[in-house]
Design a protein around this ligand. Structure first.
Ligand SMILES: [Zn+2]
Length: 425
């Protein structure tokens, strides 16, 4: 195994601004006064003793980082300038053993507490673990580097989430069993894990939560994110085996929910297709294939007058208004006192999911879970330059066959490039 690990906020509890002079090398740090996160030292020692390679990747100053290299007995990189991989790649270029390990990306991980760590891992095409062991006060949240920026870090799309080094160990011992359930299903594994997009707890003890079962990547990512499968949903030639695997991924997650006897679920429903959707009934077909004991009910319907698509409405507020006008709940079904699970295909801003929760609660529902099969995550560039115009190119996926290519995305597809493309073999 090859493990890249961040220092501040991951191994050491040093994200507070008062540590900045030390991290920046202006003052001499006394490592004996630094609080290591619980289990950090044991984790490093145990995994090194088991023959794994661990490399420290820190943006802090060498004067500071060198002390921790010595403390943990690790080699590593200072002033790494994450998420840029220039310095990291030149370090790797001097290490034939690390290069060899990177050949098998199913054995490579990047562990860190911010989106910069996750983006760096995605640029390398390896799995990432977002490790959150601290709570940041509002005034110390940094959107720029992601310290305490929960939503921002999540949008970067880490492969795994952990709250402690014990959870990190569990993930490393069985990564496939910790993938989001649809990603696992498409890799031939069973998992009941979901990405926890949002948790709303109400005063009466009930809740409305949003979960996602796979990542829909843009640009570079580990091999388990499945934008290719998301695009397949809209393909009129989608094979039955694909629909079944997707339905199985949802079922595995539902099985996990049903195993929790604290809550019971009365209705399983889905966000219906509009009459204009292609292929017709694209969601209904998936919904019908899901094998679950929760009674299936069709609750939502689109008003025919709903012109245009939600996808064209980018602003959260605009989406909410659109939904309020055109997405209706069937009032012939009494949902008072019922707990409801809603299936949707994709989550971008969360507008549809929050709307569905609000609407169902308004009509008397108790607990609501909205499951989006795919969560769109932020685009990540990996430094590939367009040979024609010199702009950075993004890895894209052809919707018809799922093949990958580099795209210098032109304006008609939302980019600023020249339209040059290059196949990835
Ligand atoms: Zn170009």
């Amino acid at each position: 195994m090859l493990i890249f690990v961040d220092l501040d906020g991951t191994l050491t509890d040093t994200t507070h601004p008062s540590w900045a002079p030390f991290r920046d090398g202006q003052a001499e740090v006394d490592v004996s006064r630094v609080h290591l996160f619980f289990g950090a030292m044991d984790f490093i020692r145990d995994f090194r003793n088991s023959g794994h390679t661990i490399i420290l990747v820190s943006d802090s100053h060498p004067r500071y980082v060198n002390k921790f290299k010595a403390l943990f007995g690790l080699e590593g990189i200072e002033l790494a300038d994450k998420p840029n991989t220039v310095k990291l790649n030149s370090f790797i270029a001097t290490k034939p053993d690390v290069q060899a390990l990177l050949q098998d990306k199913s054995q490579c991980f990047f562990i860190g507490d911010t989106k910069l760590d996750i983006e760096t891992g995605r640029r390398l095409g390896i799995m990432t673990i977002l490790l959150m062991q601290y709570i940041v006060k509002e005034e110390n949240i940094s959107v720029r580097d992601g310290v305490g920026d929960k939503r921002g870090n999540q949008k970067m799309g880490p492969t795994f989430y952990a709250k402690s080094f014990n959870e990190v160990r569990d993930i490393l011992n069985n990564p496939m069993g910790h993938l989001p359930s649809i990603e696992a299903a498409f890799s031939g594994f069973i998992s009941n894990i979901a990405i926890r997009f949002s948790d709303i707890r109400y005063k009466d003890g009930s809740f409305g939560i949003i979960r996602c079962l796979a990542r829909q990547e843009q640009g570079s990512c580990d091999q388990f994110a499945r934008a290719d499968k998301y695009f397949q949903i809209s393909n009129s030639n989608r094979p039955q085996s694909f629909l079944q695997t997707l339905a199985d991924g949802v079922k595995f997650y539902l099985d996990g929910i049903l195993a929790n006897r604290m809550y019971s679920w009365d209705v399983f429903t889905y966000l219906t297709d509009k009459s204009t959707t292609q292929p017709p009934n694209k969601m209904k077909e998936i919904f019908d294939l899901i094998d679950t004991s929760i009674p299936k009910v069709t609750l939502f319907r689109w008003l025919e007058q709903g012109q245009g698509s939600l996808r064209e409405r980018n602003l959260y507020k605009e989406r909410q208004e659109f939904l309020n006008q055109y997405l209706q709940v069937d009032d012939s079904v009494d949902i008072k006192g019922k707990s409801i699970i809603v299936l949707d295909d994709q989550l971008t801003t969360g507008a549809t999911a929050f709307y569905a929760i609000g609407k169902l609660r308004e009509l008397g529902a108790v607990n609501v879970i909205v499951i989006a099969m795919f969560q769109m995550i932020l685009p990540v560039y990996n430094g590939k330059i367009c040979p024609r115009c010199g702009k950075e190119m993004l890895i894209k996926i052809r919707r018809n066959d799922g093949s990958r290519f580099y795209s210098c995305t032109p304006p008609q597809y939302g980019g600023q490039g020249c339209g040059y493309t290059e196949n990835i073999l």
